[in-house]
Write a new protein. Structure first.
Length: 311
């Protein structure tokens, strides 16, 4: 049974997630958790489950949707087991009303905002575009205990956050996804066949410098600070008065191009005042040295690629 599966997964140093739904039925028509929240939560805990992805199909009204998400949160807490609670609450609210992220964060550990991610550049690009468009409403709520989830996979593959190591992304696009998910303080879930993953994809997914940015204890989500034609400049405040900076080239044709920006753009002008060191993290680790507050940086970025810096 699932308890034996959980023990096997845990023996490999991994965590086990499971899927259910706030309504009578899941999106695929299987039984949901409606009116059985306590029983299901206790069952998941007894199986050794570490994460619950709780979908929002077939929930009836928006009031029942909200009630179900609240009740499952309380039920999980009552089990005494630490189970990450992954909600889809705002995704189902958005077509009708603006989500109350303050309330959602009271109950959920992370919450889905956008459509399923797929193993393609167009999917990754659409997620980044949506996040930048809505950053004024979502960035401020993210922090320890509650995170924006830029994507969530279809029920058939459970969780499919990082599609790095599959077929659909080029190397530059894989670098972009890893860099931008770190900037966005997004939950990191791998979705690939670990038996056949390439050494390059493994290096990227296990890159300690990038993971440290993603899991920085300050817990602030990054945001886009400027967009100039095909280039985007993003920053994320980090602990120790540092910043992660991403330069993304959305151009899909041609060769590498340079993007030049003033360091006064960063941190409302405070990140490099009076001087700062610059370390490149991706696509390869490199020390850029020390720059003054009034300096400019010129960054060469491949099409659909990203250069990730720590300032």
């Amino acid at each position: 049974g699932i308890r034996k599966l959980a023990d096997y997964v845990h023996s490999k140093g991994l965590k086990l997630g499971i899927y259910s739904d706030v309504g009578n039925k899941t999106c695929a028509g299987f039984p949901g958790s409606y009116n059985h929240y306590d029983l299901d939560a206790q069952t998941f805990a007894s199986w050794g489950v570490d994460l619950l992805k709780f979908d929002g199909c077939n929930s009836g009204t928006l009031d029942l949707l909200a009630e179900g998400y609240r009740r499952m949160s309380l039920a999980l807490n009552k089990t005494g087991r630490s189970i990450v609670y992954s909600c889809e609450w705002p995704f189902y609210l958005r077509p009708v009303q603006q989500p109350n992220y303050t309330e959602i964060k009271q109950y959920c550990n992370h919450w889905r905002n956008f459509f399923d991610v797929y193993d393609s550049w167009s999917s990754i690009k659409s997620i980044l575009d949506w996040t930048a468009l809505h950053q004024d409403s979502i960035v401020k709520i993210a922090g320890p205990g509650g995170w924006n989830d830029p994507d969530m996979a279809s029920i058939f593959v459970f969780l499919s956050q990082l599609v790095i190591g599959n077929f659909g992304l080029s190397w530059d696009q894989a670098v972009t996804q890893m860099a931008m998910w770190a900037i966005m303080a997004a939950p990191l879930f791998m979705s690939n066949d670990l038996r056949h993953i390439s050494p390059e994809a493994k290096w990227l997914l296990q890159n300690k410098e990038v993971i440290a940015i993603n899991q920085d204890p300050l817990g602030k989500q990054g945001y886009q600070i400027t967009k100039d034609k095909n280039f985007e400049l993003w920053e994320r405040p980090l602990s120790g008065q540092a910043y992660a900076v991403a330069v993304l080239n959305q151009q899909e044709i041609g060769g590498p191009r340079n993007f030049t920006f003033s360091l006064t753009f960063l941190g409302n002008g405070l990140a490099c005042n009076p001087a700062c060191s610059v370390q490149q993290v991706l696509p390869a680790s490199r020390d850029w040295g020390v720059y003054s507050w009034v300096s400019s940086l010129s960054v060469e970025v491949n099409p659909t690629g990203t250069v990730l810096l720590k300032v």
